[in-house]
Design a protein around this ligand. Structure first.
Ligand code: VGL
Ligand code: ZN
Length: 222
């Protein structure tokens, strides 16, 4: 038992490190309103990652029913179409992650008791919010950046859904705020409205200084 404890301790990340779980919610999983293909494959991987981290933060897409990113709120439009929303280019989505609905909740297979905080985003109906830090206009701030700094976090590992939207935007904001940012490529999946979107997101992230790795390589980053 002591030996086991020792091994578990050995694979703990340093205390300046956090795991950021982006929008791991029912509506982004198979069967959900905005299902990400193979999104469920990341669940056992995340479950395996969690014990290595003492600081785990989840983000939660949390829209009012009248949110401007929903095609249903713009008569005559379809999901996937692009519009201008308050001067910003906006892709229209199916109704998803409405506050208080089961689709906005987290799967019970994830041990939420080990999460230090949940940051909700997308509450302002006039602007979408892909990133866990700022809205797409970069005006609204969820407080996640200040929270991480207060906790002494300097390095973040990012996982979740979807790679080409909320994961990319969250990781890009993290690196822009000065956090060493690493993407766990096996613990994310892309929507791929266009077939290459996921691949393009990876390239953009690498160009911004985000390091990409697989979970199996985490022991090299303790
Ligand atoms: C997301 C589209 C709309 C995401 C959220 O979590 O990637 N994508 N809202
Ligand atoms: Zn959303």
């Amino acid at each position: 038992w002591l030996l086991l404890q020792k091994i578990v301790k050995m694979i703990k990340m340093r205390s300046d490190t956090a795991l950021l779980l982006v929008d791991v919610q029912h509506d982004f999983l198979p069967g959900g309103a905005l299902a990400v293909p193979q999104g469920d494959e990341i669940l056992p991987i995340i479950a395996g990652l969690q014990p290595m981290f003492d600081c785990i933060i989840a983000t939660q897409d949390w829209h009012p029913a009248h949110h401007g990113s929903f095609a249903a709120n713009h008569p005559g439009t379809q999901p996937g179409q692009q519009i201008q929303l308050e001067g910003l280019s906006q892709i229209l989505w199916p109704i998803h992650c409405v506050q208080g609905t089961p689709g906005a909740d987290f799967p019970t297979t994830l041990d939420r008791s080990r999460w230090n905080a949940i940051f909700q985003k997308g509450k302002n109906p006039l602007v979408d919010s892909y990133s866990g830090f700022f809205d797409n206009a970069r005006r609204g701030d969820t407080g996640l950046g200040d929270y991480l700094k207060q906790q002494g976090i300097r390095r973040v590992f990012v996982a979740g859904l979807a790679l080409d939207y909320c994961v990319k935007f969250t990781a890009m904001d993290a690196v822009s705020l000065g956090f060493e940012t690493l993407l766990l490529t096996d613990a994310t999946r892309a929507v791929n409205l266009q077939p290459e979107d996921g691949q393009r997101a990876l390239e953009e992230m690498k160009a911004a200084g985000i390091h990409c790795l697989e979970s199996k390589d985490l022991p090299h980053y303790v």
